[in-house]
Design a binder for this molecule. Structure first.
Ligand SMILES: [Zn+2]
Length: 252
C-alpha cells in the first residue's frame, strides 16, 4: 500500500459521488492540485473532522492509488488552520467563489502549487475579515497572475519605458504586451486595447506590489476600466469562461 502523505489544502470544488462519498479538488501546499475521493465523507465525523466543502481549509491525509487519477483521502482535520468564514454574506461568497475558480483555472494537476495555495489562503482570509472589496479582488488577480508567470506591468510604458507622470491622465492596456502603453505610443499598439485612467493605472501598480493582506487598507481600488482590462487579459490566457464572474459583478 502506498505511504500516507499529508498537506494543508483548500477545497476548490466538490461533487457527491454516491450516498456517502464525495469527490473533491484540492489546492495543496505540498502536493500540487489534487483530485481525491473521500469515502464516507458525509457520515464520518471521526475521519472528516472538518467538512470537505468549497472554501474548507484542511489538513488532508491521503494515499496515491497506483493507477487511479484520484487519490484516496483518508482523513481531513482542522489542525489549527484558520477557517475561512464567507457564508454570512453573499458578496463574500461571490468573491470567494471567483477566487477558487480562478485559482483552479490557472493551476494544473501534477504541478507545484505552493505559491497559489498561499495566495488563495491570504485572499480568502482577507475576504473573511474585511468583506468583499474591489482592492482585495484586484490584489488577488495580480498576485495570482504573477505566480502563474504573467507579471503585468503598470509602472511603465511597454513601448518607450517612460514612467507615467503625475499629470498624465490616459493610458491603454494592451493584453499581448501584458501592460500599459502611454498616450504617445498608443499608435504602435498592435491590436485592440482598453483605455485606462491614470488613477486606475496607479491603483493597480500599487495593488500588484503589496501583500494581499494589506489590500483592504489600500487608499483605493482601480475602477471598472481596470476590471475590463484584466478581464480581457484573462480571456487571452484561460481556456474557459469563468462561471462565477456574472454573479460577482452584482457585488464587487
Ligand atoms: Zn510610451
Amino acid at each position: 500500500m502506498p505511504a500516507e502523505e499529508s498537506s494543508a489544502a483548500i477545497v476548490l470544488r466538490t461533487r457527491d459521488y454516491s450516498e456517502s462519498d464525495r469527490i473533491v479538488t484540492l489546492l495543496t501546499l505540498n502536493a500540487g492540485k489534487l483530485g481525491g475521493i473521500a469515502k464516507g465523507a458525509k457520515q464520518s465525523r471521526r475521519r472528516f473532522e472538518r467538512k470537505l466543502e468549497v472554501f474548507s481549509h484542511v489538513m488532508v491525509y491521503f494515499r496515491r492509488r497506483p493507477h487511479g487519477e484520484l487519490v484516496f483521502l483518508t482523513r481531513a482535520e482542522a489542525a489549527g488552520l484558520p477557517p475561512f468564514d464567507l457564508t454570512d454574506d453573499l458578496g463574500k461568497i461571490a468573491l470567494g467563489s471567483y477566487m477558487v475558480e480562478l485559482a483552479d483555472a490557472l493551476s494544473r494537476e501534477e504541478a507545484e502549487s505552493a505559491g497559489a495555495y498561499r495566495i488563495l489562503a491570504a485572499a480568502l482570509g482577507a475576504v473573511s475579515r474585511h468583506g468583499a472589496g474591489r482592492a482585495i479582488r484586484q490584489a488577488f488577480e495580480l498576485n495570482l497572475l504573477r505566480w502563474a508567470g504573467y507579471q503585468l506591468e503598470f509602472r511603465q510604458c511597454q513601448v518607450c519605458g517612460r514612467t507615467p507622470s503625475e499629470n498624465a491622465t490616459a493610458f491603454v492596456f494592451v493584453p499581448s504586451y501584458g501592460g500599459i502603453v502611454c498616450q504617445r505610443c498608443r499608435g504602435a499598439a498592435p491590436e485592440s486595447f482598453i483605455g485606462m485612467t491614470g488613477d486606475s493605472v496607479a491603483a493597480l501598480a500599487h495593488l500588484g506590489s503589496i501583500p494581499i493582506a494589506e489590500a483592504a487598507a489600500a487608499p483605493h481600488a482601480a475602477g471598472r476600466d481596470a476590471e475590463a482590462a484584466l478581464a480581457r487579459f484573462f480571456a487571452t490566457v484561460l481556456d474557459r469562461k469563468l462561471r462565477s464572474v456574472e454573479f460577482l459583478q452584482r457585488f464587487v
